[in-house]
Design a protein around this ligand. Structure first.
Ligand SMILES: *[C@@H]1O[C@H](CO)[C@@H](O)[C@H](O)[C@H]1NC(C)=O
Ligand SMILES: *[C@@H]1O[C@H](CO)[C@@H](O)[C@H](O)[C@H]1NC(C)=O
Ligand SMILES: *[C@@H]1O[C@H](CO)[C@@H](O)[C@H](O)[C@H]1NC(C)=O
Ligand SMILES: *[C@@H]1O[C@H](CO)[C@@H](O)[C@H](O)[C@H]1NC(C)=O
Ligand SMILES: *[C@@H]1O[C@H](CO)[C@@H](O)[C@H](O)[C@H]1NC(C)=O
Ligand SMILES: *[C@@H]1O[C@H](CO)[C@@H](O)[C@H](O)[C@H]1NC(C)=O
Length: 434
């Protein structure tokens, strides 16, 4: 009984508590309601003030400088940007167009009850960052140069974020933010030591900011890197033989593009032969001859340097008569990077000696080792088998002796069994002694 009364009291007290907030006192709904507003510079800000239960009491909007903008539907301040949107007994909405950063601040809606009730709405104006600019690029840059790319954007509020991308892949820059008036100047720098791989690479600086609702602002610079050439000789045959067709190509890469390549044989001009054709970067032998063997070198240069590569040609006999294995085979390709900037090529016999017979030699060695191992394993297995049999015999002999001892068996049956056993063992013994 007591509990029921207590519960009733509780629910009653809850009700009485809930009542005044909603319906009981009509004057309690009579207060202004506003919301903070955020608008991008140049946009339109709507300031709305609502009163849920109003008895035709007047509403008013005033600006951060406490100047009245609208009193009900009556305009109080001469400013073409400020207009009335809606004025009813329960709402007063005004709009400010072409908003500037100086419009930012606390706006007040007043309801002229006794005493006056107010609500404050903060108008936040976002500063739009300017299109970023990239500085510090030297065009063209030389391989090995240290360069610092700097990206700057002004006018953002709050401070914008700057991000760097090297061909779409993000790279880390050093950011610095300075306030200038109400907005911020943001700078981000990127330090690079350029190499040939940076030639043609696009560096993009992107601005991320709340006020940039559509595409982010960005600036892109494409690096141009000059570098000395690097050459390499490719060849169409692995084992050049007399009478065959051989093409050597001098592959050179450099920026600016190297001048036409130059071929030499053993340090002097190419012999003037019909079957040796130079066409651009290619040297072609229409039909190899043993007299062609020697060291061929190609050289390419631009204003930054010279590079060369060499190829040692050894012409083997025609396919029917392959050279004996004792002949030292020598036809290496030597793309020698040391030759960069005109330095001399390293000894071809030391560097790129690719001996086709070396592999065969290795194979023979392996086969030999395999054979020896196989023989050793086989002999070991034989030994184990012979030893095993020997031991088994020993055991057998022992058993036979024991059986012999049973010769003086108590009855005939046992004697027969013993005799049979003896016979078998005797045979086995014979075998054993062979
Ligand atoms: C401001 O109010 C006008 C008129 O009601 C409306 O057309 C506009 O969309 C509103 N703007 C914003 C940002 O709410
Ligand atoms: C507000 O004023 C209008 C006319 O001025 C009147 O018709 C209406 O009854 C009034 N409302 C209240 C709640 O006083
Ligand atoms: C409105 O902005 C002011 C000032 O920035 C802040 O103090 C207040 O909490 C904000 N009110 C709401 C409802 O966000
Ligand atoms: C920021 O201010 C410092 C010190 O005044 C100045 O050295 C620097 O250059 C400024 N940075 C920017 C991005 O304006
Ligand atoms: C290689 O050249 C020599 C001399 O020029 C010539 O006598 C010989 O017939 C040539 N051999 C072949 C296979 O063309
Ligand atoms: C061909 O090469 C071998 C081995 O390098 C050399 O001994 C020989 O003199 C060369 N022959 C000619 C004709 O250059």
């Amino acid at each position: 009984m007591v509990i029921i009364i207590y519960l009733l009291t509780c629910s009653l007290s809850l009700h009485t508590k809930a009542y005044p907030n909603t319906h009981v006192d009509p004057h309690d709904g009579q207060y202004p309601l506003v919301q903070n507003v955020t608008v991008t510079e140049g946009g339109i800000a709507n300031l709305t003030c609502r009163v849920e239960f109003n008895d035709n009491t007047s509403l008013q909007w005033s600006n951060p400088a406490q100047q009245t903008l609208f009193f009900g539907d009556k305009k109080a301040l001469r400013d073409n940007r400020i207009e009335l949107v809606r004025a009813t007994s329960s709402e007063l909405t005004i709009s400010i167009s072409d908003v500037t950063l100086s419009d930012e601040g606390m706006y007040t809606c007043s309801l002229f009850t006794m005493p006056v009730r107010t609500a404050k709405a903060y108008l936040t104006v976002l500063g739009v960052p300017e299109k970023p600019e990239i500085d510090g690029l030297t065009k063209p840059a030389m391989e090995g140069d240290h360069i610092t790319l700097t990206c700057i954007t002004q006018g953002s509020k709050p401070a914008a974020d700057l991000r760097w991308f090297r061909n779409e892949k993000e790279v880390k820059g050093a950011k610095e933010v300075n306030a200038s008036g109400k907005t911020f100047t943001v700078r981000s720098s990127l330090q690079l030591q350029v190499d040939r791989n940076d030639d043609g690479v696009a560096y993009t600086c992107r601005v991320d900011h709340v006020a940039l609702t559509q595409a982010p602002q960005q600036a892109t610079e494409v690096l141009e890197v000059h570098y000395a050439p690097r050459v390499e000789i490719t060849h169409s045959l692995e084992v050049p033989q007399e009478g065959q067709y051989l093409k050597l190509e001098c592959v050179s890469k450099g920026n600016p593009s190297p001048d036409p390549v130059m071929w030499t044989k053993d340090g002097s001009e190419l012999p003037d032969l019909d079957r040796m054709i130079v066409e651009g970067r290619e040297l072609t032998f229409t039909s190899l001859n043993k007299t062609d063997n020697g060291t061929y070198r190609c050289e390419a240069s631009n204003h930054l340097g010279t590079s060369s590569a060499q190829y040692v040609l050894y012409v083997y006999d025609a396919p029917t008569t392959l050279p004996p294995p004792t002949t030292p085979p020598l036809h290496p390709i030597t793309p020698d990077p040391t030759a960069l900037l005109g330095s001399h090529a390293s000894d071809p016999t030391v560097t790129g000696n690719r001996d086709p017979n070396a592999l065969g030699q290795h194979g023979t060695d392996h086969a030999l080792i395999g054979g020896v191992v196989a023989v050793v394993v086989f002999v070991t297995l034989c030994l184990i088998i012979v030893l095993g049999r020997y031991l088994a015999r020993h055991k057998g002999t022992y058993l036979t002796n024991e059986a012999k001892g049973a010769d003086d068996a108590p009855d005939a049956d046992t004697a027969i069994i013993n005799a049979e056993g003896n016979h078998a063992h005797a045979e086995e013994k014979k075998e054993y002694f062979i």
